[in-house]
Design a protein around this ligand. Structure first.
Ligand code: 5CA
Ligand code: ZN
Length: 408
């Protein structure tokens, strides 16, 4: 599928260092050590509605990973999926009285524009489920061959007991798993399953629902297997980072990891799992099902500067849940204004230390708050008429742009 256009980045003097990130599996900070090409998979949107600030925050966080790796000299092979066929999409299309494909296409287009405006670098591969049915079926066939799948009235399930390391990603106990599975799209109550935690790999055709003719019969894929199939196909086994919001730790990434292990035999699905805390509104997770949404596209339509939206998000550490508020956007716009005023001066204090410290802050588990504080200090000194280095404003602008995605 077509991705979106990239904002330009410049090469900064020198190179950034290795990135340390929190790993969900071990619960510790780990230094990422990609090869010349870093491989990253991030779970994409289900396009039944426009992207809200929670989605945007997640993609912003992995955009920083992308930028830090590039600054450290890596190529980044970044893959993101689009869940362009799933129950919520079909339900919304039906409620709207429109074709599900038209709905998906429209919302994906809004998403592309949102991402481009927020200066999120595009993935190399932006892959829809509909265009990936063959490779998803192939993975389900491999799962069948390894003996982990069973048939239930024409549907195909993964038997959780066939996953020897089930729990390796989330570290949850069974009780917690059952609760989350019920909350997050699972079907623990379905009659006939061997274990309530078994999950759907393939859904046989139902009247009135879209279906594809395949070696598994007519039907469509379950949710988790789309991401294991697309990531393995695009990036291979043991890629560097698998990411998404914390709402995906269980069941989505746990079940995807089990599928990949079963089909591939050895090694973890990904070297590191990284998850972004939930953005809320009014004290609750921002979610389509709760309806407490602030859409990026609406903020844009209301005239918000996308760079102020980005600044507001950058003020938060990715592992701390936070609530969106208009006051934050106003404060971020004022902050950005100060940086812009300082960066427009003909000279300012030496900016090399700013570059070094922003590099260090980001490499340290994406400490964006410290990175922004560096811009604050430099801007304050420049606006107070500090030292006359004529190359400093340009270097500050390049640093903000390339490492933080902020156009000053
Ligand atoms: N299509 C699936 C992933 S395969 C999905 O979860 N789609 S989504 O549209 O619901 O979410 C898209 C991405 O945004 C996911 O990575 C999800 O974890 C993240 N996300 C969803 N809600 C929030 C939120 N309130 N705060 C932060 N991230 C969120
Ligand atoms: Zn996913």
């Amino acid at each position: 599928m077509r991705s979106w256009s990239a904002s330009d980045t410049v090469r900064l003097p020198g190179n950034g260092g290795p990135l340390r990130l929190h790993d969900t599996v071990t619960g510790t900070l780990r230094t990422t050590s990609p090869g010349p090409t870093a491989r990253m998979y991030v779970c994409g949107i289900t396009p039944y509605d426009a992207a809200h600030l929670g989605h945007a925050f997640t993609y912003l966080v992995f955009d920083l990973v992308n930028r830090v790796w590039r600054d450290a000299g890596h190529d980044v092979d970044y893959v993101q999926n689009i869940t362009d066929i799933d129950d919520p999409l079909l339900e919304r299309a039906e409620a709207n009285g429109e074709d599900w494909r038209a709905l998906a296409e429209r919302e994906i287009e809004v998403f592309r524009a949102d991402m481009a405006e927020l200066r999120v670098l595009p993935p190399r591969s932006f892959v829809g489920v509909v265009e990936s049915i063959d490779l998803i079926v192939e993975l389900i066939e491999r799962i069948r061959a390894c003996g982990a799948a069973y048939d239930l009235d024409g549907d195909i399930y993964f038997a959780a007991e066939s996953a020897p390391r089930f729990g390796e990603v989330s570290g949850l106990d069974r009780e917690e798993m059952l609760e989350l599975f019920a909350e997050r799209g699972g079907d623990p109550q379905r009659e006939g399953k061997k274990d309530p935690l078994d999950w759907l790999l393939w859904r046989a055709e139902r009247p009135g629902e879209p279906a594809w003719e395949t070696s598994l019969g007519r039907g469509r894929p379950g949710w988790h297997v789309e991401c294991s199939a697309i990531s393995l196909h695009e990036l291979g086994v043991g890629f560097d980072l698998n990411g998404g919001g914390t709402d995906l730790v269980f069941p989505h990434h746990e079940m995807g990891a089990a599928e990949a292990r079963c089909a591939i035999g050895t090694g973890p699905h990904a070297q590191l799992y990284s998850h972004v805390a939930m953005v809320g509104l009014g004290g609750e997770k921002m979610s389509k099902s709760r309806g407490n949404l602030v859409f990026v596209s609406r903020l844009r339509a209301q005239g918000a500067d996308p760079m102020a939206v980005r600044t507001a998000m950058l003020g938060h550490h990715y592992r701390e849940p936070w609530d969106w508020s208009d006051a934050e956007l106003t404060a971020a716009a004022e902050r950005l204004e100060r940086w812009r005023a300082a960066a427009a001066l003909p000279s300012g204090p030496d900016a090399m230390p700013v570059l070094h410290r922003i590099r260090e802050a980001l490499a340290d588990d994406l400490d964006t708050a410290s990175a922004l504080a560096e811009l604050d200090s430099w801007a304050a000194a420049a606006l107070a008429g500090g030292a006359g280095d004529t190359s400093a404003p340009v270097l500050v602008r390049d640093t903000a742009d390339t490492l933080l995605g902020l156009r000053l």
